[in-house]
Write a protein that binds this ligand. Structure first.
Ligand code: HEM
Ligand code: HEM
Length: 270
């Protein structure tokens, strides 16, 4: 942006050029993004309104379908969504944690090694607990896809397992959100925004071959009205930008969750 009067110092112009050359790439496809935010909504219904039936069971079925879909998508989906892009050994996780603690962790287009293990933990916990929930529903009330197949004698054991795992999953979600915020500080990137737009800005220092397989965008392709917002949320204040969006999500999810809970009275138990 030349000739902007007194602010147009050579230094600022250089800074502007540097920013412009930071490529924007499409990382998360629409299935990953929609899947994630739907999961967030139904997890809120499951956990924050767990006494509401039958919607608890229906939300559980939906989350189970999403998890199974995500597992398939991890094999056949787009580049960053594939497990091959974010499977790491325990040693790699330790190395990442060590260098992150020293403030210079490496760059990963998809999930970083610590985030990746948390992603697998969340998917696994929901898969197991959704299945335990279906068994519990069958043993306690002869409801759900298993009908009367699970013996009543199992009810107490299944109930304890389901409760403990449910609360552990919620604790894992809290760590997951903390990790997302921590990474925003560390890498100066708004990952929450990226889960909406699908786009990430890749630091210039990252080798071109790392991002060669991803569609590249130019700043000009961001709508002019949105550019200052993107700039603020993603580049100037990635951490506070993330916190702000999380507040927005909490507001929206609470409202939609209450609407779903209202509809609960019209649902037939299954
Ligand atoms: C407000 C709450 C939440 C926020 C802000 C949030 C944010 C995020 C972000 C930014 C990522 C991408 C991380 C990266 O770039 O590596 C992510 C991934 C993920 N999150 Fe969340 N998350 C939230 C709640 C949840 C909940 C409740 C669950 C499940 C119970 C969940 C499960 C996942 C999973 C499975 C992924 C991996 C996405 C994929 O590869 O398909 N998240 N989350
Ligand atoms: C990922 C999915 C799920 C999670 C995270 C989850 C979590 C929870 C939690 C936290 C509770 C309350 C525990 C307490 O009283 O402290 C609960 C209760 C219950 N859930 Fe789930 N649930 C899931 C899926 C399901 C499904 C699919 C079903 C049935 C089809 C189900 C059936 C039940 C039943 C019957 C109870 C009541 C247990 C009792 O009497 O205390 N859940 N669940």
């Amino acid at each position: 942006m030349p000739n902007q009067g007194p602010v147009d110092t050579p230094l600022l112009e250089l800074e502007e050029r540097r920013k412009r050359r930071e490529p924007i790439i499409l990382v998360w496809d629409i299935a990953v993004r929609l899947g994630h935010w739907t999961m967030v909504l139904f997890f809120a219904v499951i956990y924050l309104r767990y006494q509401k039936f039958p919607i608890h069971a229906y939300a559980g079925y939906i989350v189970l379908v999403l998890v199974v879909f995500r597992l398939v998508w991890g094999v056949v989906g787009s580049r960053a969504a594939r497990f091959s892009s974010f499977i790491f050994s325990p040693q790699e996780v330790l190395d990442y944690a060590r260098s992150a603690a020293q403030g210079h962790a490496g760059y990963y287009v998809s999930h970083n090694p610590m985030g990746s293990w948390m992603v697998f933990a969340l998917l696994f916990m929901m898969l197991i607990n959704g299945s335990v929930g279906i068994m519990l529903y069958s043993s306690g009330q002869q409801l759900g896809p298993l009908g009367f197949l699970v013996s009543e004698d199992w009810e107490d054991m299944l109930k304890v397992t389901h409760r403990v795992l449910g609360h552990l999953t919620a604790a894992a979600v809290a760590i997951h959100i903390t990790g997302v915020l921590w990474a925003a500080r560390l890498h100066r990137e708004n990952y929450v925004l990226a889960m909406f737009t699908g786009h990430k800005r890749v630091p210039r220092k990252v080798d071109a071959s790392t991002i060669a397989a991803y569609p590249v965008y130019r700043d000009e392709q961001i709508r002019p009205a949105l550019r200052p917002i993107e700039q603020w949320l993603n580049r100037t204040h990635p951490f506070f930008g993330s916190v702000l969006i999380i507040f927005g999500i909490a507001l929206v999810v609470t409202e939609v969750m209450e609407a779903l809970v209202y509809l609960n009275q019209f649902l037939l138990a299954y």
